[in-house]
Every structure is written in C-alpha cells, then in structure tokens.
Design a protein around this ligand. Structure first.
Ligand code: OOG
Ligand code: MG
Length: 258
C-alpha cells in the first residue's frame, strides 16, 4: 500500500491535469476523501492558478438541476471557482486541445453589485445583483471517462473550465421560468427551462451565498455566479458551434476549432 497523498499533492495533481489537459484516475479510487477535504484540494489547486496570474472572477454552482444529477449519477449541491482565464468572449472560439473531454451546458448568470454571504432570502439575494444574462458553461472533468464521486468532482473545481456570458439585462427581469434551448449548429440539442434550476435560478444564488459563507467567503461585487446547467450537458465537437437561446434574455455561444 502506498501512503495516501496529501491535500497539497492532490491539489497539484488536479491543477496539472487541468493545465495540461490530461485525464487522471479518480482520487476516490485510491484513497478516501471527505467533501471538506475535497474543497481544501479545490482551494489549493485554484491558488496555483492565482500564482500564475489568473484572477478569481466568480463562482459556479453545480448539480442544481435534476437533469444534471441524473446525467452524472451524483447528488448534492456543489460549487467551483471561476478564473479570468476561463472566460471566453461571446461568439468566440475554443480549441478542443485545451480540454480533456469538454461538454457544454445552458446556464443563467448573475453579476454581483454588492457583497453577499450566509443565509439570505431570495429578495435579499436579488438586491445584491447588478444584472442577469444568458450563459453557457464549458465543463471538463479531468477524471477518466468523465466519471467521479461527489468528492472527486469538488476536488477538480467542480469541472470548471470555461464560461461565456451574453448581454446583461436588468436584474428585475423575470427569470423564474424562461425557455432555454441549447443549439448545436443552429439545431436544438437540449430543451429546458430556467425553472429546472432549483425551481428558480435565484434559489441557486441563495444557495451560493450560503455555501460560500460556510467556507468563510463572500460573493464580491463584480463577481459572476453561474446558476448551474438547466439540462444535461452535451459533448463538444470540432467544427461545431453552440448557442444557449434564452427567452427574454437573448442568446450566447461560441464555436469549436481543432
Ligand atoms: C460537474 C459540474 C456540474 C452544473 O451546472 O450542474 C455543473 C459536472 O457535471 O462535471 O457545472
Ligand atoms: Mg455548470
């Protein structure tokens, strides 16, 4: 038996895998990892990005819809950290070479106006929001075959790897039940509603406030919060383009080059 790797070693492994787009074995296959330890791995792994000059620009919520939990076979709300280097401009291009096995999912994004942390009501959460927008998240598990336990995925920064934000709308725009269509090359490949995200994406923001509060953090002004995929995620293919078309909010997307 080899000794279990330390949190620092796991953080380095997760970060190297993401940086070099190389698949690794699930941590939980060779050692036990609590959810708390997994967030420590995420924290230290993200700190390596900061050391390389990336900036923390927000957070993403995960498994806020049934569709996502069913697709991945994992349950429990999770969160991950977004960095400046993960942002892709609306209409931009991504290269498959930068990822292991990337997928795209349709989301709703918030941008914060005021700090938020701990237990808040939906009204309190929304009063801290500057604007809302349609978004797509590019997720990429660093684990082989996109398979993981809840602790594994948390340690892997909840599969965060890219995100694209569309035009911002007034925060008073009703977002509780908007039609969302993920298109591939102009054809629908996933159809859903913002109501799939915890019944209303604002509940995801309420959960984000609570969950980061538990880690002693606050959502900061200017930060982006991704509410979570409304449908199952779709694998990216070279030469294709993807758009999330959201009723009343507009659309956002990108295309994939080799
Ligand atoms: C984990 C990330 C989940 C979401 O929106 O639910 C997520 C994964 O599916 O790899 O981003
Ligand atoms: Mg997501």
């Amino acid at each position: 038996m080899t000794a279990p790797r330390t949190i620092v070693e796991l953080a380095a492994e997760a970060d190297d895998a993401a940086r070099t787009a190389t698949a690794i074995a699930q941590f939980s296959e060779s050692q036990s990892l609590s959810i708390e330890e997994a967030y420590e791995v995420q924290d230290l792994s993200f700190a390596r990005r900061i050391e390389r000059g990336e900036e923390m620009v927000g957070i993403k919520m995960g498994f806020t819809s049934k569709a996502k939990m069913i697709q991945m076979g994992v349950e429990g709300l999770i969160w991950g950290r977004l960095s400046s280097a993960m942002r892709v401009v609306d209409g931009g291009e991504v290269s498959l070479r930068e990822y292991v096995h990337p997928r795209v999912e349709p989301e709703i994004a918030f941008i914060m106006r005021a700090p938020l942390s701990g237990n808040v009501s939906a009204a309190e959460a929304m009063s801290a929001v500057e604007a809302v927008a349609p978004a797509v998240e590019i997720i990429d598990s660093r684990f082989e075959n996109f398979k993981f336990s809840l602790a594994d995925v948390v340690a892997d920064n909840s599969s965060s790897s890219g995100f694209v934000i569309g035009d911002w709308s007034d925060p008073h725009t009703r977002i509780a039940n908007l039609g969302m269509v993920l298109e591939k090359d102009g054809r629908p490949v996933q159809i859903g509603s913002s109501a799939a995200i915890l019944g209303d994406p604002v509940r995801s923001l309420v959960e984000a406030s609570r969950i980061v509060g538990e880690s002693g953090l606050r959502l900061l002004p200017g930060w982006i919060v991704l509410a979570g995929g409304a449908t199952a995620a779709v694998a990216l293919e070279t030469g294709s383009s993807y758009r999330n078309v959201v009723e009343d909010l507009g659309s956002v997307g990108f295309s994939v080059v080799d």
